[in-house]
Design a protein around this ligand. Sequence first.
Ligand code: ARG
Length: 355
Amino acid sequence: MSGQNRGTTVQDFLKHFYAEESGQAVTLAERLIQAQSDLTLTCAELDFAAKVAWRNSTRCIGRLFWPALQVRDLRHVTQPDEVFQQLITHLQEAFCGGQIQSVISILSDEVRILNSQLIRYAGYEQPGGQVLGDPENLRLTRLAQRLGWEPSPPTAFDVLPLILQAGGTLHLYPLPPAAVQEVTITHPTSPQIAGLGLKWHALPAISDALLHVGETALPCVFNGWYMQTEIAARDLSDEGRYNVLPLVAQALALDTRYERTLWRDRALLELNVAVLHSFRETGIKIVDHHTAAAQFVRFQEREEQAGREVRGRWSWLISPMSPAASPVWGQRFKTQELSPHFSRPGLSGGCPGRV
Ligand code: ARG
């Protein structure tokens, strides 16, 4: 077992916790007896579980920073209004004036967040079947509208309200603009790219995940900082998302008549340059895919020193830009995730990429 627990009972977890974190006030034997009648984790155990779940996340290239995760224990907060206030605090602490800290809030399972991320842009179906905004969020947008949310007029970048479910009732909470930082996309040398009016939000904050510890699953919200390919090579470029590459190519006056001009690749590259440039100019933390891959290699080295095996999903760990230039390209991983771990409802299947 090389010190790393693969079991899924709370007893397995507690043994794992005691093996890695010495100096607990109560002995393991005593703690195991307690756990027979009460599965509630202590704050220290929860803190450890959340960090190790990140360390175990096979889809994440940013795992080097797992020990620095800030864990907020909100298991006692059960009123939707209070949960919403706590989520605003999460956004503020995470943004941290642009330095972006990795934060996780562990919630009570009496309140569910229906948004997949705290900050998401609405998508509206247009009469011709076209979509204004983010096609990924069509369903949530429709639900928000049914609950009375009305953007006026709809734009391509309307931040969706949070929808919380408590005791069978849905509650709608528009996010105050001060809680949502956004970055206008500009380019170091091509003003035409700024002319496209693109932007993206500063924080990726996953809000539909469960943290699995032993036999318990706790709803949680966690954030990191962006790697620019997530925005430039997927969110803005995927044909099923904002699909802006043809517009970028036009702005750059590329010859789009033939694939052989590689206009797609050139537009993609310049959009990646633009996103990195814009975040930097705005003073908001972001990482490029080469630096992130080098950090992942450092994570692998550290894990090896600690006698732990790194598992991973190759298609998630390589970058969608220049994948063969990544040190991950030639590697193979075991894919089965160790415990504790996170799960997300929409992600059981393939769907490569950092979604
Ligand atoms: N790929 C997702 C997005 O583009 C965010 C996923 C989490 N990413 C992260 N860097 N922690 O919004």
